[in-house]
Design a binder for this molecule. Structure first.
Ligand SMILES: [Zn+2]
Ligand SMILES: [Zn+2]
Length: 329
């Protein structure tokens, strides 16, 4: 099979590798399309090792056709989306569709053969997600992966009402998807994004933006969705939430952030929370959003074959892309 392989410094090649073989509890999937996630920047620049030799292949958003379904309810030939995580499927939290909080060691990666930028993958059979017949391969990647999963879980965790003001800080693909989902939910959405390329993309989705958070002057939001992960932006997000409002942390941040508890939580009663990926309990609402919600394919700026992945990855690393989709079959 062919698979994307990172050579370091953002260079990729397509390698010929042995086909993966499913073991007990695993399914074999022929990938149709995979999506590039913002979290793959480091693996593209530095590389990381996987089993089966998929060096630097961090792909974790994909859909494809079932070859061998393993112990799942799917049949060979079904198109499925793939969840990047699974739980034990036996504890009370997994039974409630909350694999993120699995009591048997927390959520586990579902990939068994390495990254998903490849023609064939083996995955834990519990990772397979149904896709409606009308969903094509490109949309299938967006529907069953981070692009819809993250904003859909955010919407479940922090619902909004029609007319609520929502500020989104950072308009990469996930930030844009948050903005699109909240706009569809009837909110008055405003965005902050330094990249002119991404502000133009946001404008095409009907979202007003400014380039710097310092330019947000009189917009006080019921909900601020922080997608940049920058500590200074998180501090400002807490200031820009209206009294009694909420800040939803969506961008990863592993460093400390200065918080003024009395000003923020006591005087202004701000709620600060976050959400990560999605779980089974979110998927019915995700399918509903896919059928009736915003046009997610508008977020996709690059839809390329594996042979043309390098040019799209160059744009991705330069910040000149929305969602990048790579076709494998
Ligand atoms: Zn991701
Ligand atoms: Zn569990």
């Amino acid at each position: 099979m062919r698979a994307l392989q990172c050579e370091g410094d953002g260079r990729v090649t397509i390698a010929d590798l042995p086909d993966p073989k499913p073991r007990d509890g695993e399914a074999l999937i022929r990938i149709e399309a995979s999506g590039l996630c913002g979290s793959e920047r480091d693996s593209l620049r530095v590389g990381s090792s996987w089993p089966e030799g998929l060096v630097g292949n961090g792909g974790h958003e994909a859909c494809g056709i079932v070859v061998e379904p393993g112990e799942s309810r799917f049949q060979p030939g079904d198109r499925v989306g793939l969840s990047a995580i699974v739980g034990c499927n036996a504890c009370v939290r997994c039974a409630a569709g909350q694999e993120l909080f699995c009591r048997s060691g927390g959520p586990q990666g579902s990939s068994k053969s390495g990254g998903w930028h490849a023609e064939l993958v083996t995955v834990d059979a519990r990772a397979l997600r149904e896709l409606p017949a009308h969903v094509d391969a490109l949309t299938g990647v967006l529907v069953s992966g981070d692009t819809l999963g993250v904003p859909a879980r955010g919407l479940r965790r922090v619902p909004t009402s029609v007319g609520d003001r929502v500020l989104v800080i950072g308009l990469g693909p996930v930030g844009l998807a948050h903005a699109a989902v909240r706009t569809f939910a009837g909110c008055d959405v405003f965005g902050v994004e330094p990249s002119a390329y991404r502000r133009k993309l946001a404008a095409s989705l009907g979202i007003d933006t400014v380039s710097s958070i310092d330019d947000v002057t009189d917009f006080r939001a019921r909900l601020v969705i922080e997608c940049s992960g920058q500590p200074s932006c998180i501090e400002q997000a807490l200031d820009l939430a209206d009294g009694g409002g909420i800040v939803l942390q969506s961008g990863e941040c592993h460093t400390e952030v200065r918080i003024k508890p009395s000003d923020t939580f006591i005087r202004r009663e701000i709620t600060y929370t976050g959400s990560w990926y999605y779980t089974s309990e979110d998927y019915p609402a995700m399918l509903d959003l896919a059928a009736h919600g915003p046009r997610l394919d508008a977020l996709c700026t690059h839809d390329v074959t594996a042979d043309d992945a390098q040019a799209a990855i160059d744009d991705f690393l330069a910040g000149a892309s929305g969602k990048v989709i790579v076709r494998w079959s």
